[in-house]
Design a protein. Structure first.
Length: 534
């Protein structure tokens, strides 16, 4: 057994003793409180549970397990192991549930929602207490870090390389190659930045991870730092994600207390400090060089590349930038082996992807599925199909830097990069189902307006082109002409071809995809029969 594994086993033994002393023989009452469930009264339900808690029970606040449609959720686990789950529990129902022993409100259809998933990064999300490092350790947490520390950094990197893991932020760059690139630069210090900005609409996966399993992100970050040679990691969290930031800060403190961060991590001789940084706000801050500029106090604008961050990033030092979902996959790879991860998904796209499902679906929420899963399975299977049986009219996939497809594309499997040559990408994994209540032109206009509002203004094509796209769409929707249609098409091509950063280079994708899939509707707006050869 390595020194790190031996140290982790001692932590686990201490955790078992604390659990036996304070929780054994008592009913566990878990209330899911997250950024989504707070909107429907989860915080009030948790407060009511605290007031009504019997003497033979203890209360745990967890994150959301992804079944956002069922919130607020409460689960009771008896000493016998019997576990009951209750959905859509209001604060005034909590005391009856805990004290009267009734079965509570009807359960939502969560079984089918979870049965269709393959949860690796999201495992235990909504189950364990995010503030309690003991629960994470007793569930097998930090085994991946202990194993990584028993290897050389090169061996740990090779393990992740063999798994085929690619970044889950939208670009899907091979994770291990980033680590190798930073370590190969003979300059210190090296940094790791966890990009938790997640500013795009319709995507809320990283917040679920930060609020539900923050220690999994910390464990993945520690492995990435060890492999890449970083001694300082920064957690960069969206300025509006208050609950995510609070739970990550608490997890960092608990991990430091247990020797899982700081000097001599798990007795291995590896040192790693982790600090929190709050985002400057704005979609463009998710672009990695813009993120670095804001950390250094500069304008939220992208940098010219090369050099790339792994060569010259934060403070001109080698810097690895990974997002929470990427890092949350790393502990599984290190603990269970590269082949266990590679066996999931559809070769060559290995592993799982967390998708945010919203819009006109019966079961909106966050789900983790193997790469290669179809949009139909995500929308109609996991999502439960269109809300109230309304027919779907469109799918907005991947966020404002992607595009819109017709329901005829539901059998498209998800994979890194383009899902369709018209510009539709998987991106960070947002899937928004639309029905006839939202005209396609209006949806397109909202995506275009978002890109225009969020443009940093550094380069002329994006700064001037994106608002002009919105103006032309407004004229079309109001009863436009062929000239307006031609201008929209022309501007989309120019913005994509000539913008400086990846966000600008994809800002025209909503237009190009809408023209491809909804050419008839767009032509009708311009007063012509069809797009023809235009």
């Amino acid at each position: 057994m390595s020194a790190a594994s031996d140290a982790l086993e001692r932590l686990a033994e201490s955790a078992r003793e604390r659990h036996a002393a304070s929780r054994a023989g008592r009913t566990r009452v878990a209330v899911q409180v997250s950024h989504c469930s707070q909107a429907v009264g989860a915080a009030e339900a948790a407060a009511a549970a605290a007031d009504a808690l019997p003497d033979d029970a203890y209360l745990v606040i967890t994150g959301c397990d992804g079944a956002c449609f069922a919130a607020p959720q409460i689960s009771l686990t008896r000493p016998s192991g019997d576990r009951r789950r209750y959905s859509k529990v209001s604060a005034d129902e909590v005391s009856r549930l805990l004290l009267d022993g009734t079965d509570g409100p009807p359960r939502s259809d969560t079984e089918d929602f979870f049965h269709r998933q393959h949860r690796l990064a999201l495992r235990d999300c909504g189950v364990i207490d995010p503030a309690n490092v003991d629960e994470y350790i007793l569930g097998g947490g930090y085994r991946g870090l202990a194993r990584a520390l028993s290897m050389t950094p090169e061996e740990a990197t090779e393990e992740v390389k063999s798994s085929g893991l690619r970044g889950r932020g939208g670009a899907y760059f091979p994770t291990a190659l980033k680590w190798q690139s930073a370590r190969s630069v003979n300059r210190t210090p090296r940094y790791l930045v966890v990009n938790s900005e997640e500013g795009e609409p319709g995507i809320f996966k990283d917040r679920h991870l930060m609020e539900g399993v923050p220690h999994r992100i910390i464990e993945g970050a520690a492995i990435a730092a060890y492999a890449s040679g970083a001694s300082l990691a920064y957690l960069y969290v969206n300025a509006e994600a208050e609950l995510s930031a609070a739970r990550m800060e608490a997890a960092i403190a608990r991990a430091s207390e247990r020797g899982l961060l700081g000097d001599d991590v798990l007795g291995s001789g590896f040192d790693l400090d982790v600090e929190m940084r709050r985002g400057a706000g704005g979609y463009v801050c998710g672009e990695e060089t813009t993120l670095l500029n804001t950390m250094e106090g500069d304008r939220r604008e992208p940098r010219l590349r090369p050099p790339f961050p792994t060569e010259s990033g934060l403070r001109a030092s080698p810097t690895v930038i990974n997002n929470p979902e990427t890092l949350a996959s790393v502990p599984f790879i290190m603990a269970d082996g590269a082949q266990a991860f590679a066996a999931v998904g559809a070769e060559p796209d290995n592993g799982t992807k967390i998708v945010s499902v919203s819009g006109s679906v019966a079961r909106p929420g966050v789900a983790e599925v193997p790469m290669g899963t179809t949009l139909r399975e995500i929308v109609c299977g996991i999502g439960g199909g269109p809300e109230d049986g309304r027919p779907l009219t469109a799918l907005a996939v991947g966020g404002p830097s992607s595009g819109i497809m017709t329901p005829s594309m539901l059998d498209t499997p998800i994979r890194p990069g383009l899902l369709h040559e018209s510009g539709v990408m998987l991106g960070a994994g947002g899937v928004i189902a639309l029905d006839a209540r939202v005209p396609v032109a209006e949806a397109l206009r909202k995506l275009a307006a978002y890109n225009a509002d969020e443009s940093c203004g550094k380069c002329t094509p994006c700064r001037e082109g994106t608002p002009r796209i919105v103006d032309a769409l407004d004229r079309l929707i109001a009863g436009g002409t062929v000239n307006d249609l031609d201008e929209v098409r022309y501007l989309a091509r120019i913005v994509n071809a000539a913008s400086l950063c990846g966000l600008g280079q994809a800002a025209g994708n909503p237009v190009t995809s809408a023209l491809h899939f909804f050419g008839g509707e767009m032509a009708e707006l311009a007063g012509i029969d069809s797009l023809g050869d235009r």
